[in-house]
Design a protein around this ligand. Structure first.
Ligand code: SF4
Length: 358
C-alpha cells in the first residue's frame, strides 16, 4: 500500500477534509476495501451504523415537450411533435392516488422546458394538489433548471417566481438537471441548459426563499474524472457557503438508449467507487443517497459504500425511456438491503421538514 494512501486514510479518520487532489488519488489508486472503510468513517459521523432509510416515490412526468435538446435525453419531444404531451390535473391526481394506495407519499414533478407552460400553469397545479391532499403527501415541485426556465419564460425575477410557488404550497425544488456541473461538459451536451454559475445562482435563490433543496449528479456519459471532481468541488464549496442547507446528494447513472449521444453503461463497480468517494469528499452533506432507479440491487450494495438512504421509484418515464427497468417489488428491494446487513426505516419527507425547522 502506498504511503500517501495510508496518510489519507489517517486524515479522514482524524476528521480532516480531503483536497480535490487527494480525491483524485483515492479514486485512481485506493483499493475498494479502503474506499469503503473511509466512506464508512464519514458515514458514521452522521448516521447509526447498519441503519438506512428509504422512501417510496413516483416521478410524475407532466410534459415531455422541451426545447433544451440535451443530446443525452431520450425523453423530450420538440413543440408540435405528434407524441408531445401535457398531462391533465385529473391524470396527475390518478397517479398520486395510485401511489398513496401502495404506501408511498412522495412525488417528483419532472418535465421539460415547455414554451407553452408559464408560471400560472405550475402555481395552479401545485395549489390544487395542496388543496386536495394537504400534508398527506409531499412533492418535489421542479428541478433547478426547470425553475430557471419558467422564470425567464414568464419574464419574472427568480425571487418573484419563488414567492408565487411558495404561496402555491411548494416546499422543495430539487437539484435535478445538474448532471455534471462542469461548463466543458455542458457545452458539449446541453448548451441550452444553463451554465454552472446560473445553476448555483438559482439554487441560492431557492435557499434564500426558504424552500428546501437537494443536490444531484449523474455519471457515466463521457465525462472525465476531472469534470466529475469539478462537480464535487463546486458543490462542497457551495454547501459551505450556504451553511449546509442542501439536504442530500443523490447520484445516479446515465442510461444510453434511444438518444443522440448513445454510448455504453458504466459498470456497477465504478458507481460504487464514485459513491464512496462522494461520501468521503462531501463531508458537509448529511445524506448520500443511492439510486435504485438506475442501479437496481447494486444501489443496496452502495449502503456499504457510504450511502445512507435510497428511494424505491414507482415510475419515471425519463429514465425508463433511456433503458431503466424499475423494480416495483418493495419487499424484494428491502430484502436486498437486509442481505447487505442493513435495517431500513421509511423516511417521510414531510417529517424531514419538521426536523429541519427545529
Ligand atoms: S434532459 Fe431535461 S432539459 Fe434536457 S432535453 Fe431532456 S427534458 Fe429537456
Amino acid at each position: 500500500m502506498k504511503a500517501s494512501l495510508i496518510e489519507l486514510e489517517k486524515k479522514v479518520e482524524a476528521g480532516e477534509r480531503i483536497s480535490t487532489d487527494d480525491a483524485r488519488l483515492l479514486y485512481l489508486e485506493a483499493p475498494d476495501d479502503m474506499l469503503k472503510r473511509m466512506a464508512n468513517v464519514v458515514r458514521d459521523r452522521f448516521h447509526e451504523p447498519g441503519c438506512a432509510t428509504y422512501l417510496l416515490m413516483r416521478i410524475v412526468n407532466y410534459t415531455n415537450v422541451c426545447v433544451a435538446k440535451c443530446d443525452y435525453c431520450s425523453f423530450y419531444r420538440l413543440p408540435n411533435a405528434p407524441d408531445g404531451y401535457v398531462k391533465s390535473k385529473e391524470w396527475i391526481f390518478e397517479k398520486i392516488d395510485e401511489l398513496i394506495n401502495v404506501g408511498g407519499d412522495l412525488f417528483g414533478f419532472n418535465g421539460g422546458f415547455n414554451p407553452k407552460l408559464k408560471l400560472d400553469f405550475y402555481t395552479d397545479l401545485f395549489s390544487s394538489i395542496r388543496e386536495k391532499y394537504g400534508d398527506k403527501i409531499e412533492f418535489y415541485a421542479l428541478t433547478i433548471v426547470e425553475l430557471l426556465y419558467i422564470a425567464r419564460l414568464s419574464k419574472l425575477s427568480l425571487e418573484d417566481t419563488l414567492a408565487e410557488l411558495k404561496k402555491a404550497g411548494v416546499r422543495w425544488i430539487t437539484g435535478g438537471g445538474a448532471e455534471i456541473l462542469a461548463d466543458s461538459f455542458r457545452l458539449r451536451h446541453s448548451p441550452l441548459k444553463y451554465t454552472v454559475e446560473e445553476y448555483y445562482q438559482t439554487q441560492r435563490a431557492i435557499i434564500e426563499a426558504g424552500i428546501n433543496t437537494t443536490a444531484t449528479m449523474v455519471i457515466g456519459f463521457d465525462e472525465s474524472l476531472d469534470e466529475r471532481l469539478e462537480h464535487l468541488e463546486s458543490l462542497r464549496n457551495f454547501q459551505d457557503d450556504v451553511d449546509g442547507k442542501i439536504f442530500s446528494f443523490l447520484c445516479w447513472t446515465y442510461k444510453p438508449y434511444n438518444n443522440e449521444l448513445g454510448g455504453k453503461e458504466i459498470g456497477p463497480e465504478e458507481y460504487l467507487r464514485h459513491l464512496a468517494l462522494s461520501r468521503i469528499y462531501l463531508d458537509n452533506i448529511k445524506h448520500i443517497r443511492a439510486s435504485v432507479l438506475t442501479q437496481n440491487r447494486n444501489a443496496l450494495k452502495a449502503l456499504a459504500y457510504g450511502a445512507d438512504d435510497f428511494d424505491i421509484p414507482w415510475e419515471d418515464e425519463v429514465t425508463e425511456m433511456a433503458g431503466a427497468v424499475i423494480e416495483k417489488d418493495v419487499e424484494k428491494v428491502l430484502e436486498a438491503a437486509r442481505q447487505e446487513g442493513f435495517r431500513t426505516t421509511y423516511r417521510h419527507v414531510a417529517r424531514d421538514l419538521e426536523i429541519s425547522k427545529r
